[in-house]
Design a protein around this ligand. Structure first.
Ligand code: C5P
Length: 230
């Protein structure tokens, strides 16, 4: 679907002002801006629209999951705002409802397979009878068949996913530069290896936000992505 892989910066910062400062620092670098819970709940929804109106590509990472009717009407409202991407959890009923709610708008829907901070033990603790790989595969196939635009998964899952993912854009968080701190991410990969494994969008937060020079860290990641895709 997308020709060259995109870099998405997770704006996991505590305020819209902090987000504005990061965006100003990154200037006109080709970056998709992701707004997640923390920012969304402190003025981030209006800010998302403001960014979209300025021609920025905005990814709203709300990971929606509820009964179909509620998901559909929520997505209908969001689809009017000019945003580029929205996440929903990868349950078939939720994804079908989101696709219905999106209608003819240009909002792209991404299904979350299994959060990259989860491993088999976490899934077992949550009552699943299958490990990460089985659940991921099942959700990729469902997303493809439901008419989703992409899925969110660990870059480490890409080799298994690619044969069945069809035209889905493969979006991968858990990206770390060589030797970087993994934090709570359990399944990480470098930007270069993720692109080589077929990622269409890399979601990066702390490696840029916590860097001494965020713009320099973004450039390093963009450089690795460019080299890996050429
Ligand atoms: O700081 P870091 O690079 O780990 O941030 C990753 C971002 O990707 C966070 O905003 C997190 O919520 C998001 N994400 C994730 N795993 C998923 C889906 C989204 O880490 N499966």
């Amino acid at each position: 679907m997308m020709s060259s892989p995109q870099l998405c910066l997770a704006l996991d910062v505590p305020s819209v002002d902090a987000a504005r400062a990061v965006i100003a620092e990154l200037g006109d670098r080709p970056v998709v801006y992701k707004i997640g819970y923390a920012l969304a709940f402190t003025g981030g929804l209006a800010f998302a629209e403001e960014l979209a109106n300025k021609g920025r590509s905005v990814f709203l990472d709300l990971k929606l999951h509820d009964i179909g009717n509620t998901v559909k009407s929520g997505v209908e409202r969001l689809a009017e705002r000019g945003l580029s991407y929205l996440t929903v959890h990868g349950y078939p009923q939720t994804m079908r409802a989101a696709v219905e709610g999106r209608g003819a708008s240009s909002l792209k829907l991404l299904g979350v397979t299994v959060l990259t901070s989860y491993d088999d033990t976490d899934l077992m603790e949550a009552g699943y009878g299958h490990g990460v790989q089985d659940v991921v595969m099942q959700r990729v196939v469902s997303a493809r068949d439901c008419g989703m635009d992409g899925i969110v998964c660990s870059a480490q899952d890409l080799p298994h996913i690619r044969p069945v993912s069809g035209k889905l854009t493969l979006v991968t968080p858990g990206i770390r530069l060589e030797g970087g701190d993994s934090g709570d991410q359990k399944r990480v990969m470098t930007p270069r290896r993720a692109v080589m494994a077929g990622a269409g969008m890399l979601v990066v937060g702390r490696p840029i936000l916590a860097a001494e020079k965020p713009a320099k860290a973004a450039d390093e990641i963009l450089f690795q992505m460019e080299r890996a895709s050429s």
